[in-house]
Design a protein around this ligand. Structure first.
Ligand code: GTP
Length: 286
């Protein structure tokens, strides 16, 4: 999906229309970038209904940082948080249990709890829906935006998933968020230059996870700038064009592929603390 204002309005209206029938919202986030992979509209559109923030792809993120994010979300009003790996049926069943605990705390035993799964493209909504249902329902894919309008799904365990696709657009207004989303693969590869994204990622990882980076690419030192880092990785990996010129595009592909498949290690791109600082800076700029 290209997010034009018309698409955004339609998505928003559909969610608003469906919300009165919903008992609980599940927002799927990428646990490596919970701030950048959220759309703040979720908290506005859920109009006070309980929400579980699912920190998905927990097999790729730094468990210590993910724990901090859980604590961060649990402090928010009417909000719960759970880290998981969407494909894992056992883990998705924990989500069902949590949904039931939350809804049945506030109301008399509900028989069919209506849940809307929300989130930006590529965070794993379809994977989670399939795993919850224990069968293939939603399309999944590596490229963003394959979730089509879904059928109403009765999980036959007391939980019903809404047929409204709660797909929202990623937020582009923050420079860092754009790069982190691109690093994770949530923004299509064509939308940003591989080299630029890889340089951004390397610069961050060299500060947050220096050992992991040095080990993966057999580096003895870590230069400050992303450009020098990418150049070094290119040389180490033999990304040299005929004529001896360094192929930064190829090196960028390697770095991003390694990051996305967890080959550098279990890594997170942002912490709750960093986000507070970034939001203060953003406010000062306005
Ligand atoms: P749209 O259809 O674009 O809205 O995306 P979506 O949110 O439905 O995401 P989808 O389920 O298609 O997953 C996107 C990619 O992430 C796929 O390649 C999935 O295999 C992968 N993925 C989903 N969950 C996990 C997870 O827990 N761990 C890992 N490593 N990959 C996951």
């Amino acid at each position: 999906i290209n997010w034009f204002p018309g698409h955004m309005n339609r998505a928003r209206n559909q969610i608003e229309e469906a919300m009165p029938d919903i008992d609980l919202v599940v927002e799927v986030l990428d646990s490596r970038l919970p701030y950048s992979s959220t759309n703040p509209l979720v908290d506005e559109l859920r109009v006070g209904k309980p929400c579980i923030k699912v920190l998905n792809k927990a097999d790729l993120s730094d468990p210590k940082i993910t724990k901090l994010w859980i604590e961060h979300f649990e402090k928010q009003d009417n909000t719960h948080a759970l880290a998981l790996v969407a494909e894992d049926h056992k883990q998705s069943q924990k989500l069902i249990q949590l949904i039931k605990n939350i809804v049945n705390q506030s109301e008399d035993k509900k028989t069919n709890i209506r849940v809307m799964i929300m989130g930006i493209p590529n965070v794993g909504k379809s994977t989670l829906i399939n795993s919850l249902a224990g069968r293939y329902i939603a399309n999944t894919g590596d490229e963003p935006a394959v979730t089509k309008r879904q059928q109403m799904i009765d999980l036959k365990n007391g939980v019903v998933l809404s047929d409204t696709p709660g797909i929202l657009w990623p937020k582009f207004e923050n420079f860092h968020s754009g790069y982190r989303l691109a690093t994770s693969g949530a923004i299509k590869n064509t939308a940003m230059e591989y080299e630029d994204v890889a340089m951004y990622a390397l610069e961050y990882l060299s500060k947050a996870y220096p050992e992991a980076l040095m080990t993966r690419y057999k580096l003895e030192v870590l230069p400050e700038s992303g450009e020098s880092l990418l150049d070094m990785v290119a040389r180490k990996r033999g990304c040299i064009r005929s004529g001896g010129k360094v192929d930064l595009h190829k090196a960028g592909e390697i770095v991003l592929h390694d990051f996305r498949s967890g080959k550098i290690g279990l890594l997170s791109l942002e912490t709750p603390e960093m986000m507070v600082a970034e939001e203060i800076i953003a406010e000062e700029l306005i």
